[in-house]
Design a protein around this ligand. Structure first.
Ligand code: THU
Length: 137
């Protein structure tokens, strides 16, 4: 594990375990690339999501956005950390769209990203420098 350490190792591991669990439910018959995501909230709740693909490929949704929209529907809009898990041995950071989507809710949170050696913790700020904002600079 390397990078930002604003997230304790214990919490990062629990969050990554939740992402791995959600990954088991991924619906990815087209790409075969299953992804799970987990978001931690201040009250300790962890909300998860997986990627859900569609025969009309562009309708597919990523695990991170799936988790975030589920959280919002539950009234949770301020995640304090995230974890993303893809296939074993693959570094799996959130895609650009998911970075922007998550930054809407907390642009500075740590993101545990599965990699070939386990996982590393990056900050969403370093993953999305100069993200779009209606406020400008
Ligand atoms: N995918 C995610 O779920 N999250 C990402 O951040 C990147 C990609 C999914 C989308 C698609 O179902 C599969 O991975 C292959 O691109």
């Amino acid at each position: 594990m390397s990078g930002t350490t604003a997230l304790s190792a214990e919490k990062a591991e629990a969050l990554m375990a939740a992402a791995e669990e959600a990954r088991k439910n991924a619906y990815a018959p087209y790409s075969g690339f299953a992804v799970g995501a987990a978001l931690l909230f201040e009250d300790g709740r962890i909300i998860t999501g997986c990627n859900v693909e569609n025969a009309s490929y562009s309708l597919s949704i990523c695990a991170e956005r799936n988790a975030m929209t589920t959280a919002v529907a539950m009234g949770l809009t301020r995640p304090t950390a995230a974890a993303v898990a893809g296939p074993d041995g693959v570094f799996c950071p959130p895609c650009g769209a998911c970075r922007q989507f998550l930054a809407e809710f907390n642009g500075a949170m740590p993101v545990a990203v599965k990699d070939a050696g386990g996982f590393r913790v990056l900050s969403l700020e370093e993953l999305l420098p100069s993200g779009f904002s209606l406020k400008g600079e």
